[in-house]
Design a binder for this molecule. Sequence first.
Ligand code: NAD
Length: 262
Amino acid sequence: EPSRFQGKTAIVTGAGSGIGRATAVKLAKQGANVALFDLVDERTHEAEVELNGIREGCAKSYDVDTSDPKRVEQAVKEAAEAFGGIDIVFANAGINGVLSPIDELELEDWQKTLQVNLDGTFLTIKHTVPYLKKRGKGSIIITSSVNGTRVFTGFGMIAYSTTKAGQVAFAKMAALELAQFQIRVNVICPGAISTNIGQSTKVKGHVDEITIPIEYPEGGQPLQHGSGEPEDVADLVAFLASDESRHITGAQIFIDGAESLL
Ligand code: NAD
């Protein structure tokens, strides 16, 4: 419904593509103003144009590397000033990074994945929480992955999986700490979703020589309908952003066709 988020402002990171973009569109269609945070990228400006086509003036894009402390602080301030506060934070930007066997993974590649996925999540939330506190309530949603708790979803994803598990712990601790301010924090764990994440994935070393004794059903998960769509995830995020989920915080929610049960 177009008034679900009327008068609310959301910050969405990784808003130029995939899950972030589909969520930004959904929130805008349901009445929110949306600050689109992503790397300098044509796609982010396209997203801004798309959202402003839904409702003129509802979206602004910001060139932000979420792992850059100064830039995140500054862009959050600009967005809060432009829209008059912040109500919803979707900390979603992430990369697969370099896929490699453990003994072939370079420290700098390991660190890059940690910087984007963990520092980026921390910085996004650190700098938006003061604005949510000012509002007296808020909703934060973090995108982790089925990789955050299960053993295997892909070859060579040791750094990625470490960050995704870290995001789950982060969300639960933050939910406890921030509950007294009526700020809810939930973490979503998608299985395979059709997005552009492959573009941020590099393979180094003998990844294809890693063998794992798991057989996947056709279709990738028990529901067997193939990958999920970004819009499937956007529906969940919109629910968690809305007051319909007012009694849900600290929850880890899988959206994976039960892939995580395999
Ligand atoms: P995507 O690549 O389509 O979109 C991610 C966006 O994040 C891109 O626009 C990219 O430019 C942006 N981004 C990357 N690094 C950034 C940085 N340092 N600062 C700001 N923006 C940055 O991928 P997606 O699948 O939509 O990924 C979104 C989230 O979903 C990620 O956290 C990812 O780990 C998670 N996820 C994806 C899947 C999947 O199968 N696609 C499954 C589980 C979890």
